[in-house]
Ligand binder design. Structure first.
Ligand code: ARE
Ligand code: CA
Length: 497
């Protein structure tokens, strides 16, 4: 299903990558609910392998050992408590469901798993589910290595091992049942939907059979008969036989072209300019609006995994990043997901980050640190908390305020200065050129004085930021220096003074 089931006219999801359940619960109550976030994508809640070499990489959570609910983020009761408390403040939870595969072949045998369940990779035995040898696809895969070797062959992409991970035989009723039982347990606990990992590697028919087994959402928090939101991770940059379109009727799909193109525009690479984004969205060959989940960066491509390469904007380039996220949140296309990251010792040699594996901030025993909140509302201990950056939080609120309004009153200088509105509810102006912007524009907004939500914000009846005066005809004068800390300005109905 394509509807994120978001409440209270909210619009955006934040991915709290690798956060502990206890911290997410607190964040829902103290920050996300009060600031209009609609939901949280959480890291995979199921039991996963625990690796020593490299030491506790973040990606160990993409190697399931079973469907018990203890993970690096916490145990089952902490998970349940978090889902309950977030739902109680109107913030939805979406679980990352890793259902294409289990751990990799060379994982050995023992209890090196997040709940301590025994498993054996050489025997393909995962007794906590249980899955045994016959629940995997190896007989169907025809490559010499039993791995995916060639993405232009759809059969091997679906039936062989993604980077050596044991590939589940999802055409078996038994495997479908076990996967659906796991997802249903989460639904009954109160999740609003799923980000389904590695969908390119599963047949749409198999996914349809799994989704068809899912319960409706928990009626403590959702209307009777609400169906789980589904976001399918399919990386389609337009160059492979498997396309997002095969998955569109099953649920939303990640639009990876979006972040790759937006990053190139704000970096001014490949001759890209902001003016070309006048027809942003379907006009750029993206999937239909109602099917897309969009984001500037994700947990893979912010560190060189996945797709998009160096064009992807991330918190490491914060000035460009804030503009790109601001643009995404102002624009009507897609359901928007904001990334919230941890810092790692990035060390790029020959365009490859040697430390792209490093896990979240952790104690010496490998357990994940909690997220301390500083007096200025930022986060400490290596947690970046992009979602708490004033410019980003305020644009999440902007998107809620303009929800349902059309893209309107476009203006550009034929270069990297553009502006657009959202009906009579909001207006945003960008200056990504190397000179000043100084122009009077038709905003479409009712006359009055507005407080810019980028350089500061409305506080009580005052304004800590630039003020914008809109006259009775909707016209306003904007002046943005190319050397401003953030060279963009945004106003909306609720920022009127
Ligand atoms: C790790 C090691 C590997 C090792 C493997 C098994 O890095 O070297 O072989 O373990 O030991 C994440 C990490 C992987 C990690 C894996 C398991 O990113 O590095 O492997 O966890 O621990 C393809 C898929 C796409 C996938 C990306 C990363 O199509 O689905 O690769 N993204 C999801 C998640 C990842 C996760 C997995 C899937 C696995 O978001 O975080 O992997 O659960 C082109 C193609 C794309 C392809 C891309 C990269 O663009 O079009 O389809 O994406 O190249 O290969
Ligand atoms: Ca598969």
């Amino acid at each position: 299903q394509h509807d994120p089931n978001i409440k209270h006219n909210r619009t955006s999801i934040v991915h709290l990558f690798e956060w502990r359940w206890a911290d997410i619960a607190a964040e829902c109550e103290r920050f996300l609910g009060p600031n209009g976030f609609g939901g949280v994508q959480i890291s995979p809640p199921n039991e996963h392998i625990v690796l020593d070499s490299p030491w506790r990489p973040w990606w160990q959570r993409y190697q399931p050992i079973g469907y018990n609910l203890c993970s690096r983020s916490g145990n089952e009761s902490e998970l349940r408590d978090m889902i309950t408390r977030c739902n109680n403040v109107g913030v939805n939870i979406y679980a990352d469901a890793v259902i294409n595969h289990m751990c990799r072949t060379g994982s050995g045998e023992g209890n090196h798993s997040s709940c301590g369940s025994w498993f054996s990779a050489p025997k393909k035995d995962f007794p906590s589910v249980p899955f045994t040898q016959s629940d995997f696809n190896d007989d169907k895969c025809t490559t010499a290595s039993v791995k995916i070797e060639n993405y232009s062959d759809a059969n091997q992409v679906r039936d062989c091992r993604l980077v050596g991970l044991f590939d589940l035989a999802l055409e078996k009723e038994y495997v479908r049942d076990k996967v659906a039982d796991y997802m249903n347990k989460l639904i009954d606990m109160g999740v609003a939907g799923f980000r389904v990992d590695a969908c390119k590697h599963m047949w749409p028919g198999d996914l349809s059979a799994v989704y068809g087994r899912l319960h409706s959402l928990n009626t403590d928090w959702f209307p009777v008969g609400s169906r789980p939101f589904i976001v399918q991770e399919v990386i389609d940059l337009g160059v492979e036989p498997i396309t997002s379109s095969e998955y569109l009727q099953l649920g939303r799909v990640t639009e990876f072209k979006y972040g790759a193109k937006l990053g190139a525009i704000f970096r001014k690479w490949n001759g890209e300019k902001l003016v070309y984004s006048k027809n942003w969205g379907e006009g750029w060959g993206f999937m239909p609006n109602g099917n897309a989940l969009v984001f500037v960066d994700n947990h893979d491509n912010q560190r060189g995994h996945g797709a998009g390469g160096a064009a992807i904007a991330t918190f490491w380039d914060s000035r460009i990043y804030k503009m790109a996220v601001g643009y995404m949140l102002a624009h009507p296309y897609g359901v928007t997901r904001v990334m919230s990251s941890f810092r790692w010792n990035r060390h790029v040699v020959d365009r490859k980050d040697q430390n792209d594996w490093q896990g979240p901030p952790s104690h010496d025993d490998g357990s994940t640190k909690s997220v301390p909140i500083n007096a200025d509302h930022t986060c400490g201990d290596g947690w970046v908390c992009e979602h708490r950056w004033r410019q980003i939080t305020n644009m999440v609120i902007f998107r809620n305020v303009v929800n349902g309004q059309p893209h309107s009153n476009w203006w550009d200088n034929q270069g990297n200065q553009v502006a657009f509105g959202r009906g009579n509810r909001g207006f945003i102006v960008f200056n990504n050129d190397d000179w000043e912007l100084d122009v009077t524009l038709n905003t479409g907004m009712p006359g009055g004085t507005y407080c810019d939500v980028i350089s500061g914000q409305k506080e009580g009846s005052g304004c800590t930021a630039k003020q914008i005066h809109v006259d009775g005809d909707g016209r306003a004068h904007f002046k943005i220096s190319n050397s401003d800390e953030d060279p963009f300005v945004a106003i909306h109905a609720d920022s009127m003074l």
